[in-house]
Design a protein around this ligand. Sequence first.
Ligand code: SAH
Length: 314
Amino acid sequence: MSAARFTVSFGGLSHARAFEVMDLLENDLRLDPLAVSINETDEAKALWETVAWFALLEEADAARVVMALPYSVVSAVPERDWVRESLAGLGPVSAGRFHLHGSHDRGVHPSGIVLEIDAGTAFGTGHHGTTWGCLAALDDIVKRRRPRRILDLGTGTGVLGLAAAKHLKRPVLATDIDPVAVKVAIDNAKRNGALPWFKGRTAAGLHHPSISTGAPFDLIFANILARPLASLAPGLAKMLSAGGQLILSGLTVDQLRWIKACYVNQGLVVERVIRSGNWIALVMGRKALGGTASKRKSPALSLKAAGLGYLQDA
Ligand code: SAH
């Protein structure tokens, strides 16, 4: 919360005079303004004002008396809660049964799987189309399956792994190339009561022994960028169990064909494409032995009501 401030404005000045008044305010030893600025108030008449900020009302008044100019106004600057205002753009987010909010919005979601995640040094509050698309894909998958082993590659805040862990109560291995993100993800796991199922590790791509020992995974999230997704295709496909699903995101609409092709070449099939703005979440499946990857097709409009994106059957 900022402290209260007072301004004194001297209006009806020419541009040159506004500068002179600014100099006088800054250099008069009887005055101690916090800041002084000039603004154009009437472009047509070329009128300017000089505004000085003070911590105390008496100081603003004193400046008015000392300057003795014809047009002067002292006003209080309303207090503003800058923290709250900067968080206003980060309101609660929902994707199906998953609901996310920052600590400033605690209590807004009465039911469902609720996660509290603050914006900070790691990516993933649910506001980005890629995160939202992955959560929407997860919501769709868990309607018909309960994956047992889960990998969240590029976990950021941990958001995707935490959503899965909280809902499924099954082990999630969450990795990130950035150790700061891994720490944030573990803190978020604690805060959201998901620590018993959540293991965070620093790893670049698939280079970590806990990934190879944890494989095969029934569900893999990889919300990174298109290029690393393309180079990880052979490795990620090998890590996926028969009947398992791979949720890929971080790709844009024009990169969809390329990324689809990379994974189809590894023997996977496209199950769903979820779009949010220009971002895509692509669900690839590995056919279960003796069956199809996904027997059920969900209605294309099921998540359109959320207003954030739409689903399309592959
Ligand atoms: N999963 C979160 C964060 C996605 S941002 C969400 O869906 O919102 C992508 C994350 O992937 C970043 O935290 C970044 O550090 C990590 N990352 C990027 N390339 C990676 C790589 N090659 N291996 C592991 N993590 C990677």
